[in-house]
Design a protein around this ligand. Structure first.
Ligand SMILES: [Ca+2]
Length: 321
């Protein structure tokens, strides 16, 4: 039995967030202590449902606590990515009887779990950073209690997705992102571009391999990723994109990282055209590094990892239609 890694996944559950949750739920290395929800991709209620759908298809419904977190960004109005993700789970539904989230707020759950396991808990933050920033503001010990914060967000001197300059998670709550990068965490960043676009896109042959697995999980993957695949193709991306599952994967399997470098990362909150832009300074501008940015992965091994997860034979407790 490999050493298990205690973690929390902080998520705006839609499409690849679901696949990241599967890594937390099914990888023998993952000791998933909780799922915390944050306003982001799609309607908050849909996100919560998508998290329960994912637990169910993994055969683990009711085993991992789900905590509801911040319902909007710290300063701004919430903006969704429903044009990209639809409802975030391909229209899938199930009986939601007794799928009741914990009464404890996500921010309090993050603080408690970090306090109970000082220096041991890693957080995989794959939505806007509102919950994480709020936890930083609420408890000055939080930063030191967290082992490593894995962040999906920003682009490394490359194109954005929601605007030319910004990736969605940082764009939606730039003040939260700025707060988190200034807080002093050990941070590992998985950027949208160029990393995800170059190395974590599953093209049609890969998607065919996944579909051919014929498991409940592979059917779930195909349905959940369908809406985003249509969108991605409409904007010139030749497959499904997997930044969130990659973020979980590099925590659980750091050997997937082929190269990374130390950067000073800061996030634009005031720009006219650059709201949410991640300024990633590579060490020549006199700024102290505050994050490790993943620059290259073993793309073949990453696909193999996800395919392996999806090949797992699970028994969902409830029918999904
Ligand atoms: Ca996400």
């Amino acid at each position: 039995m490999p050493e298990r890694i205690p973690l929390v996944i902080d998520t705006d559950t839609a499409q690849d967030d679901c696949i990241a949750l599967l890594a937390g739920l099914l990888d023998p290395r993952a000791d998933l202590r909780a799922v915390t929800m944050v306003a982001g991709n799609v309607d908050f209620g849909h996100q919560v449902r998508n998290a329960y759908l994912t637990c169910n298809v993994a055969g683990r419904l009711g085993e991992v606590p789900i905590h509801l977190g911040c319902r909007r960004p710290m300063v701004r109005a919430w903006e969704s990515a429903e044009n990209v993700h639809g409802d975030g789970a391909g229209g899938l539904a199930m009986d939601m009887t007794d799928c009741d989230p914990e009464s404890e707020h996500a921010v309090d759950a993050l603080l408690r779990l970090a306090t109970e396991n000082p220096g041991e808990l890693s957080i995989v933050a794959i939505g806007p950073l509102t919950n994480i920033a709020t936890a930083v503001v609420k408890d000055p010990d939080f930063v030191q209690n967290v082992k490593t914060l894995y962040v999906m967000g920003g682009s490394n001197n490359a194109r954005g997705n929601i605007t030319a300059s910004a990736e969605f998670n940082f764009y939606v709550d730039p003040e939260a992102a700025k707060t988190v990068f200034a807080a002093g965490f050990e941070i590992v960043v998985v950027p949208w571009a160029p990393l995800t676009l170059d190395q974590a896109v599953f093209t049609q042959p890969a998607l065919d391999e996944i579909a051919a697995l014929g498991t409940p999980l592979s059917d779930f993957f195909t349905r959940v990723c369908a809406a985003t695949l249509d969108f991605d193709r409409s904007v010139g991306i030749d497959g499904t994109t997997h930044p969130d599952s990659l973020t979980a994967a590099v925590l659980l399997h750091p050997e997937l990282i082929r190269s990374s470098a130390r950067y000073h990362v800061d996030v634009e909150t005031a720009g006219e055209l650059t709201r949410g832009y991640a300024a990633m300074s590579w060490g020549v501008h006199g700024l102290e590094a505050n994050a490790t940015v993943v620059e290259e992965i073993d793309a073949e091994a990453f696909f193999g990892y996800i395919k392996g997860l999806l090949a797992t034979k699970t028994t969902p407790a409830r029918e999904i239609a």
